[in-house]
Design a protein around this ligand. Structure first.
Ligand code: TXE
Length: 500
């Protein structure tokens, strides 16, 4: 099928999804349901059950049973790899269906959703290799009487809480790696974008994942999410979302069972542009970096930090690019930027735009809601005359809003870049290798791009410095995070007695 020629329309009635427990779907059956409206079309597209605490306990018990009887962790890595490879194949077959649900629930352009699902296939393929290669270490240098072996064991039952901005991509930056480690899972997707997580559970089951290894509970963050972070039988929690909720996960872990935590939280990521950069390329990259996914992106390049000598020329180039971005119906193949995902997020972004103007920044382009007849859309927005203390320069807005600050020296560029509580990502644009390396060394961020932005793949780990989180996902580290290390000391030969 030629994907690009597929013309999608929103469904005429919402699709009912169940939650996924011990290898099968459980339907609402009297539970309250959460109905999701497409943020671009203002019509209901899906319904998921609001799971109860009892449902969560069953899901955790199912994952616990599957972990303890070793139906997954006891397999050879090659057997786990076979399931992950099969899943990759089924995702490829269902790419269009998954992309459609991403687009309907999140509001992102179908072309972008399709590309994201395509990227996810590679995550399963890559993680399948890691299932076979994850290993420990050995020490043969401890003297003739001792041999040391370091093994890695799966950490156990993992709770995974995901957000609504990249429901499938963020899920797949974690699930295949967690499964490669041998852990079992209880996943809670965002209540507004649960469809593709439920579709994935079915795909994995079809690929041969044993029952109970991956369970999905649906429901809100402050009930089910909170209960997961407090749960005594979840060994590790991977949370992606706001820094505020990340903080509450840390508190909940400390008052429950000290579960291990992986946290990917907010960002206020710099785009550093030197005068010697290819300004045309950089302007395109900067506009893309802030507007992609309507800026609802933890690694969004939301702070432009530009060398003063080219600041006005460069800002004009960026504004011209931003004005040309095609904002519209996500189901239209030509759309580059779709709808704002939630009403709350829409309000947050608009309130920051108002606040920026009140605080004295100059609005160069955008700044308003776009009326497309239905849905919620915001024009890509650019502010100059931004001071470091302004809220638009400090807070994660999570929208298509770019602020501009100027610098004179490399040191100043680094200082402005680091003037944030976050440290998730950064980009630098220059043709001078020394400047690129100095900035890359001194800016504190977990992901860095040189003369590009927002690229990625299954090999490189993801995660943040400072208040952007703990730990790393994806890559080999993304499997190792879900393991515990055991050191084994093996005595060789006759013991030299302590008591004689
Ligand atoms: O996030 P929440 P929200 C940032 C972004 C955005 C802000 C608020 O700045 O404006 O967060 O968005 C679950 N215990 N990011 O309110 O609440 C929730 O159900 C456990 C950055 O939507 O953090 C969902 O599954 N879980 C970000 C997930 O947490 C809880 C992505 C994220 O929701 C919970 C999204 C609780 N008490 C927002 N409360 C990124 N890093 O990419 C909610 N949740």
């Amino acid at each position: 099928m030629d994907m690009q020629s597929t013309k999608h329309i929103p469904p005429s009635s919402p699709r009912e999804f169940g939650f996924f427990l011990n290898g099968k779907f459980e339907h609402a059956c009297g539970r309250e349901v959460f109905e999701r409206n497409s943020p671009a079309h203002d019509i209901p597209v899906s319904r998921v059950p609001k799971c109860t605490h009892a449902d969560l306990d069953k899901a955790v018990a199912s994952a616990r049973q599957a972990f303890e009887d070793r139906r997954w962790s006891g397999l050879a890595g090659s057997d786990r790899a076979a399931v992950l490879l099969k899943a990759a194949e089924i995702i490829r077959q269902k790419q269009e269906e998954i992309a459609l649900w991403e687009s309907l629930e999140n509001g992102k352009p179908i072309s972008q959703a399709r590309a994201e699902v395509g990227g996810c296939i590679g995550m399963y393929e890559y993680a399948s290799g890691l299932a076979r290669m994850v290993h420990g270490d050995s020490f043969n240098n401890l003297g003739d009487g001792m041999f040391g072996v370091v093994t890695r064991e799966p950490v156990g039952v993992v709770g995974l809480i995901t957000p609504w901005n990249f429901p499938f991509l963020i899920l797949c930056e974690r699930v295949p790696y967690i499964l490669a480690s041998g852990c079992t899972l209880v996943v809670k997707p965002s209540e507004v974008t649960s469809a593709t997580t439920l579709i994935l559970a079915e795909i994995l089951s079809e690929a041969g994942l044993p029952e109970g290894v991956m369970n999905v509970v649906t429901g809100s963050g402050n009930t089910i999410g909170q209960a997961m972070s407090e749960h005594m039988d979840i060994d590790m929690l991977s949370f992606t979302g706001s820094t505020q909720v990340g903080r509450s996960c840390v508190a909940a872990a400390s008052r429950s069972n000290f579960k291990k935590l992986g946290l990917e939280l907010g960002g206020k990521n710099p785009q550093i542009v030197f005068a010697d950069a290819d300004l045309e390329d950089a302007a395109d990259g900067v506009a893309f970096g802030v507007a992609f996914n309507t800026g609802q992106c933890c690694v969004s390049g939301s702070r432009l930090i530009v060398e003063a000598s080219v600041a006005s020329e460069f800002t004009e180039l960026v504004a011209a690019k931003m004005n040309k971005i095609r904002v519209g119906d996500p189901l239209d193949e030509n759309t580059q930027v779709g709808a704002i995902t939630t009403n709350a997020q829409n309000k947050t972004i608009m309130s920051y735009i108002v606040r920026g103007q009140k605080e004295g920044a100059t609005l160069v382009c955008g700044g308003s809601q776009l009326d497309l007849g239905r849905g919620q859309f915001i024009a890509p927005t650019l502010f100059t005359d931004v001071k470091r203390e302004m809220a638009i320069a400090r807070d994660e807005i999570f929208g298509p809003v770019l602020t501009v600050q100027n610098f004179e020296t490399v040191e100043e560029a680094v200082a402005i870049s680091n003037d944030t509580v976050y440290g998730l990502a950064a980009s630098v644009w220059t043709k001078n290798i020394d400047k690129a390396l100095m900035v890359t060394r001194h800016v504190r961020a977990g992901r860095f791009w040189v003369n590009t932005t927002l690229s990625g793949g299954p090999e490189l780990p993801l995660g943040g410095f400072k208040q952007s989180g703990w730990g790393r996902e994806a890559g080999l580290m993304g499997v190792e995070e879900y393991t515990q290390v055991k050191s084994v000391h093996i005595e060789i030969g006759k013991r030299s007695p302590w008591i004689t």
